[in-house]
Design a protein around this ligand. Sequence first.
Ligand SMILES: Nc1ncnc2c1ncn2[C@@H]1O[C@H](COP(=O)(O)OP(=O)(O)OP(=O)(O)O)[C@@H](O)[C@H]1O
Ligand SMILES: [Mg+2]
Length: 160
Amino acid sequence: MSVWLADEAATIEFAAMLSEALPADHAGWTVLLEGELGAGKSTLARAVIRSLGHAGTVPSPTYTLVEPYELPSGNIYHIDLYRVTEAEELRYLGWNELDDGLRLVEWPDRAPTLAEHADLQITLVYEGAGRRAELTGISDRGAELAGRIEHGQQLSQKIN
Ligand SMILES: Nc1ncnc2c1ncn2[C@@H]1O[C@H](COP(=O)(O)OP(=O)(O)OP(=O)(O)O)[C@@H](O)[C@H]1O
Ligand SMILES: [Mg+2]
């Protein structure tokens, strides 16, 4: 399924919907954020982190690779693999230890093996002045979540 995001505000609204669709205990969930430079991956990640209760700034993880958030709703790891060149580096990053929280991953294609272990892939595509978000469930629970978001979208379109 795909969702049209006319502007940044629409991306933030979509992130809020995604956050609500996630289970209350989202430890161990992995969401891959794909898209070209400037497609809106960080905007989406930042809005999810804020929707799940973080009030402060959300610095870019481009250089630190991982930015952790300890929130009452659970841990979140905002991960940016842009500078990662080999899957090997995932080990240095401590990927396996980050399973007690929600992993939001920008540039997941840097580590192709990740895709097998993820739950949901969101690809942001430039379209006119806005973006299109394409949702793909990878795991069973990810597919179920994508289905619920699609259902929610259809309902809101009927209402508007
Ligand atoms: N739906 C949208 N329509 C138009 N512009 C948007 C939309 N969503 C986000 N933007 C804008 O896109 C720009 C780039 O956003 P962002 O930094 O989130 O991209 P990114 O994919 O993380 O980039 P990078 O590849 O550098 O990590 C921002 O200026 C943001 O306001
Ligand atoms: Mg980014």
